[in-house]
Design a protein. Sequence first.
Lengths: 419, 314
Amino acid sequence: MQLKKLFLIALKDLRLIFRDPSALVMMLLAPFLLTIGMGALTGRFSGGTGSGVRDIPVEIVNEDNGMLGEVLIEVFQSPELGELVSPTLHNELAEAKSLVDTNKSAAVVYIPQGFTESITMMAWDPSIDEVLQIEFYTNPTMPTSVGVLRSILDQFINQVEIGRVSATVIVSQLVENGLILPDQAAALGAQIGQQMAILVDNPSSIKLKTNLAEGEGISFDILAYMAPGMAMMFLMFTVTYGAISLLVENRAGTLPRMLVSPTQPAYVLGGKFTGIFFSANAQLGILIGGTSLMFGLQWGDGLGVALLILAASFGATGWGMLFAAVLKTPGQIGIYGSAVMLIFGLLGGSFFDLRMLPDWIQVINKITPNAWANNGFYILSLGGKLKDIQSNLIALAIMGAALFLVGTFLISKRGLVRK
Amino acid sequence: MPSILEVQNLVKKYGDMTAVNGISFSVQEGEIFSLLGPNGAGKTTTISILSTLFTPTAGDAYVCGHSVTKEAMAVKHAIGVVPQEIALYEDLTALENLNFWGKMYGLSGSELSSRIDEVLEQIGLKDRAKQRIKTYSGGMKRRVNIGVGLLHKPRLLFMDEPTVGIDPQSRRAILDSVKELNRSGMTILYTTHYMEEAQELSDRVGIIDHGELIALGTQKELTAQVGEMDTLILHLGENEDPIHLAEMLSSLPGVLQANPTDHEVAVVTPSAEELLAPIVSRTNDLGIKIYSVDMREPNLEAVFLHLTGRALRE
């Protein structure tokens, strides 16, 4: 019976928020318009590639004397990426970097000498103590283009890593089972590594344009990066609105009225925050459904998206709970809530690719639901599956639960009704 | 008659401020009991404690034998509350509000539907039930506010200043409905700062001031406390100074009290007729213009004035 009242309160709040025109503007219209605006700025709606970004200038300096360096160049020069990127090969790193520094290019991809060898031979050659890394020198004024290039590189590196680990495991097993001699391991490992690298030489394996198990194609879309960013930023508005509603109800007398009805205070509080959670889910659901229908945006794995919506809403609701517990007036929540919405939006990557920012920002932004959710949606839009966003889901769930407990403790300490 | 509400030495403090200071009284089943006092006297705090919203600093109260501090849920089932503010959702219709609050009181299905119909009939808003509360006048909102408190047919109804801020017509309708509810068997604890309402409705009245119950009894018992005193109300012009006049009149023979309020001075005297001429003479001397004079026989206002030296509206 009490649980029924919890849902009664939550559904009442959901109904109220959808009857408030100003709330709807901030919840739905604003993120839609901003997404459209940012999409227009990037040329998303002017035809051409699916990403709306085309002919991204990228400088490649290949000093590697092995196969993987060549493969990476072929990836960038592949017909599949022909409209998207415009690679130029250089012999001098300084020359390539100067193009980025003078804003003529989005990034430099520098493949160091011995890159292939460091990967294929590291497990067998004691003289190689670390895998050499590709250097990615980026232009901070072209965040979207850099994001696209980085995703190409990420996919390439993932494929190479799979090949390296596979080769190590296979050769180790062969040695353990006595099928080859230990001194044959190095040669065989290198051979398998090369074979794996050849697999990478198939541009279709790069996830910018890959295939789902069902055979449905997924294209990288710049809106797939922007839409979740905007949705998450305005999700913080929704939870702020929910937190305000607790104090507004206190002032209006409806909260005290609920508390003098035969309802346990814990269920009243639970109902209020379930209401915020429902509203947050509805907002994300509508924005995701809307952008899919209006812009043909592919959000990726359905189950993953659904669970990420739930987790993101839960994490954000926790923040709403904390606002209601700590702040004293609706005005305070409105001011601080808006500030937090913008800061979380910035830190959480709603406006640009966070990997361009210093490492410490990528550490502190883990307190924001935006960072975890944006990253999760990004992974899914690139073809990732549920297992790929497990850490995002867990982090958001822990965030929501921890903030809920802290908020409940603080509210119960000072009383639900404020005189 | 058995006691449906027993209040025992109730105290509520907020830091150094004492909002309710050792109040004790009882309400008999079937009666209308009014708590009469000026704003800030402690009426709403008392109701809030009795309805389990606030925990008292000391003392306890029993509703139908259940302690408000130890058996809150049992108390909540027995009471209905009509708060002073319009505690409704403005963006929901009257029907949706009643539906929500009915469910909060555990009503459902056909029982809920029929109770909503009855209440809408009772408050006279059946025709406008599907309109949002924000489109209603103040009086209509007040009526829905009362309706919510009646949905589950409580044995004891707390009404906290239900006529604040409404037009005379709506006020009349609410007072009539309170009497009707009482006739149907509902016990009512009514708080007000309007002496006329307490006088019209109540079987017994408790007068509360600064958190203390300063008088308790039937109206007859209370007015007997001030004896045969009359009260003259002198209505002054807007530019006149009632405080100055009250000071000047206090020294007249036969004046027991002279209390200034907004544009008025209330003079308590054993003989209003004999005092009228000296008062007019004194005000003429002072150059103060009196627009009209009311003579009132002993009433609850006079009782309050007698007990506190202040008018109820101060």
